[in-house]
Design a protein. Structure first.
Length: 276
């Protein structure tokens, strides 16, 4: 299959999950024989934008403007840095589905899509935040490890970790937690995904938005070959419709759990996962 004949659609599924853990359950002082529980209000929105917080753009998409706002009073971005504001990112996110639908059609080798997820705390309680990006294992060619044989080229935002906003894994200071076993997530069709997990160190306050995007872009690697593509198809990582359209599903999920009652974010998400 020649490069000019390769046409793959990239689909992104977003899911935001907010869970209230047991530590926010209180017995009320009533005379009823039934124990009554009052729970906090934990709600989040997961949004995606074309805008990397500081304007990093390796997609060659000239329609993405450069940022022109100045950072001030942020926790993880130095004063004076040139950035997109929260409002600009939120406004752009309103049209992100249209953007990815248009740009994600007929993907060819070397073409990339800007992909910058953020989380907004829309509830009434401080909440720990976790974002996971999941890519089918047999289609993944991870930028940082230069996997050979994969079709999907992508890059997470290391600055989100180096800034201290999100945790690094146990072996490096600039990478998230990565499960590349193909068993970190398995969909209903039995397809295994590589899972990149970003856990925010500090609770996100009500009304606040994460400062850094955890991902930069996703696309088709310039080195994609017919053999790579067929391998991914055979493993179910690339879906082929009756008209021959090839589709790769990339999943993004955000989880939230109230901060109260937990020593840190790791403890909070240990409780979160125990409830699953």
């Amino acid at each position: 299959m020649k490069k000019k004949l390769l046409a793959i659609c990239l689909c992104v599924a977003l899911a935001a999950v907010a869970v209230v853990g047991a530590s926010l359950a209180y017995f009320t002082d009533t005379k009823s024989a039934t124990n009554t529980f009052t729970v906090g209000n934990v709600k989040i929105d997961l949004i995606e934008s074309r805008y990397h917080r500081q304007g990093y753009n390796s997609t060659n998409d000239s329609d993405i403007p450069a940022p022109d706002k100045t950072a001030s009073g942020m926790d993880y971005i130095a004063n004076g840095a040139t950035i997109y504001s929260n409002d600009e990112i939120k406004t752009d996110a309103e049209n992100y589905l249209d953007y990815i639908t248009k740009r994600g059609e007929n993907m060819v080798p070397g073409k990339k899509i800007a992909k910058s997820p953020y989380v907004i705390n829309t509830g009434a309680n401080d909440a720990y935040i976790r974002i996971r990006v999941m890519i089918p294992s047999y289609a993944n060619r991870e930028y940082w490890r230069a996997y050979s044989g994969g079709v999907i080229d992508s890059q997470f935002c290391s600055t989100a970790i180096l800034s201290g906003e999100f945790m690094h894994n146990d072996k490096t200071n600039d990478r998230p937690f990565v499960d590349s076993s193909g068993k970190g997530y398995i969909d209903e069709k039995g397809v295994g995904y590589d899972v990149y997990t970003f856990i925010r160190n500090e609770p996100l306050a009500p009304g606040e938005m994460t400062e850094w995007n955890v991902w930069n872009y996703i696309g088709i690697t310039p080195e994609a070959t017919s053999a790579n593509i067929q391998k991914a198809i055979d493993k179910g990582a690339i879906l082929v419709s009756e008209d021959g359209t090839m589709t790769v599903n990339v999943l993004v999920q955000a989880d939230a759990i109230q901060a109260e009652g937990f020593a840190d974010a790791k403890a909070a998400f240990a409780a979160f996962d125990a409830q699953a």
